[in-house]
Design a binder for this molecule. Structure first.
Ligand SMILES: O=C(CO)[C@@H](O)[C@H](O)[C@H](O)[C@H](O)COP(=O)(O)O
Ligand SMILES: [Zn+2]
Length: 197
């Protein structure tokens, strides 16, 4: 193994990411649809909830922060809330009701009809994200999932679905493609809010 590459090259990963990124172009219309759904929800006093585990928790938090905090341009704050980040709450629900309930129980109290729940799961099989989506549907929320591989158990459940099929068997490329789509989603929303053509 070369000490300069340590058995893996940036070049190889970049080449693979480029191919995977080409694959996500099929999601253009759905991404615009989700942006429009979020804008319509906000216009009616609704909000966006997000959730995911591990790296997907970071994506969920990143998206919420971009809307409520700042993305690119100066504009009003938009209501986004990540359900993956309060350790006190997550340990309480996990301890008392099981790890599968950590997001669903929050959806139960915080989710209102017309809100939008966005789940992130690269396998499409994380039970806690699955339950959150199911609880959201029962409560009349709009649902979206960013997933990978075959879409897993989540496939076909949500109003908006973004499945990233990567050559790489791990979650990493899927997460990288999700991240790009999140930024494009923010850009689509922000431009409408500011009336930019
Ligand atoms: O970031 C990574 C891998 O790149 C990990 O933290 C990864 O997110 C975790 O293993 C998750 O628990 C995987 O869950 P999921 O994507 O299958 O729902
Ligand atoms: Zn990761």
């Amino acid at each position: 193994m070369s000490s300069t590459t340590l058995g893996v090259t940036l070049e190889g990963h970049v080449a693979q990411l480029k191919r995977d990124l080409d694959g996500i172009l099929v999601h253009e219309a759905a991404l615009s649809g989700l942006a429009a759904a979020l804008l319509a929800s906000f216009a009616q006093g609704g909000k966006m909830l997000t959730c995911g585990n591990g790296g997907s928790a970071a994506e969920a938090a990143h998206l919420a922060e971009e809307l409520t905090g700042r993305f690119y341009r100066e504009r009003k704050s938009l209501p986004g809330m990540c359900l993956s980040i309060d350790g006190t709450l997550l340990t309480c629900i996990g301890n008392d009701y099981g790890f599968e309930e950590i997001f669903a129980r929050q959806v139960e109290s915080l989710g209102r009809p017309g809100d939008v729940l966005i789940g992130f799961t690269t396998s499409g099989n994380s039970e806690n994200v699955l339950r959150a989506i199911q609880r959201a549907k029962e409560r009349g929320l709009i649902t979206a999932v960013f997933s990978g591989k075959t879409g897993g158990k989540m496939k076909g459940l949500c109003d908006y679905e973004f499945i990233v099929q990567s050559e790489h068997p791990s979650a990493m490329r899927v997460q990288e493609c999700h991240q790009l789509m999140l930024h494009v989603l923010c850009e689509k929303i922000e431009r409408v809010v500011l009336g930019i053509e």
